[in-house]
Design a binder for this molecule. Sequence first.
Ligand code: CAO
Length: 418
Amino acid sequence: MTAREVVIPDIGDAEDVEVIELCVGPGDSIEVDGALIVIESDKASMEVPSPFAGTVAEIRVELGDVVNSGHVVAVLEVTREASSDEAATEPPPAAESVPPKPPPAAPAEPPAPRSQVDGAADGASVYAGPAVRRLARELGVGLDGVRGSGPRGRILKDDVKAFVKTAMAGGATPASTALPAIDFSKFGPVEEVPLTRIRNRGARNLHRSWLNVVHVTQHDEADVTDLDGFRRSLADQAQARGVKLTLLPFVVKACAENLGAFPRFCASLNPAVDGLILKHYRHIGFAVDTDDGLVVPVLRDVDRKGVWALAAEIAELSELARNGRLTPDQLSGGCFTVSSLGRQGGTGFTPIVNAPEVAILGVGRLDTKPRWNGAAFEPRAMLPLSLSYDHRALNGVEGGNFVVALTRLLGDIRRLVL
Ligand code: CAO
């Protein structure tokens, strides 16, 4: 084996470029064309590839060093030099913005430096070198989703490895669906605030549902004129009981009743997606907005409870949720979820199914609207309902029937006691 020095090749007009990455260290073995270091001018960053195969004896530069063509980068114990074929197939450099000049054919020098933006189809616009891109390709990682920790957001090998680690732990978006990491400070002042633990967990759950559940949302309106009149007529009793009687407990109660008539909505798909697990209990979750994020406490056996009891329980669980004091038991076991944005307003929205449940009901803001009664228009209190369901488990006719039956129940709550 002979010791050979490797120098920075001709880098065109670039002068005084900075060493921004050491790709290998003493003792590492390296192939012909393997990346030794990465240098960066103010116009482009480039990898300096090895012209030899062998072992790295010395690295003669440090991070941050300023170098020029001809500067010795490393000393290698050489086992093989690049063949003329390898030298000939070396792609011409393509710089990020202004390309360095192609190198002259000089056998004594290492191959031309390679630009960081090497035109790979996947993640071509991200800031990473060929060695990192190669590693990412080997691991099946899309660089668009990897956050770079190097200077100016450059993606390092360690970033790719960390991404894979997180993905293995179930915490990252699959590469094929990842959104690109963007440095928004390019466009104006920004600050990053951490997501609370609840928001973070919620985001993952919602994303998992979004990726797995085939969502369809069916919208309708329930004429709750009589129900709302009845609710208001109970105001004194509610005050005496110390309970706030909103529409929500009536809606939850009606849902429990409807789940009895439509058992496929009170179910979960099995993991193989070849069977539906029907649940013979009616535990219903309801979304609560808290300072820390969205939580969904579960009301147990709603079919066996009256509206007063449900109203009291909704208030109690909402309070616990807002104080971050719900127990795991109070957050699990739901068959169906109700998400009410009635206080906030809106005529409808698309709730995301709280998987592995198969359906969720969104409730909008009650509004008084003119309704044709066959002879004249009359003012009616209309409640917007949006049912999202998993189309893998339920078909459109079932979704439509469920909503229509629910509007009937809410339109005449005497049906709840039938
Ligand atoms: N239409 C019109 N008014 C409504 C209404 C509706 N659909 N729903 C509630 N209201 C009114 C109530 O009657 C009450 O009015 P008063 O103060 O005059 O009595 C007021 O809005 C506040 O109600 P509330 O929100 O305190 O009570 P609730 O029982 O309706 O809801 C809770 C309780 C915990 C569900 C709710 O506070 C909450 O957190 N909602 C947000 C849920 C959420 O974030 N969903 C989105 C998740 S993404 O799918």
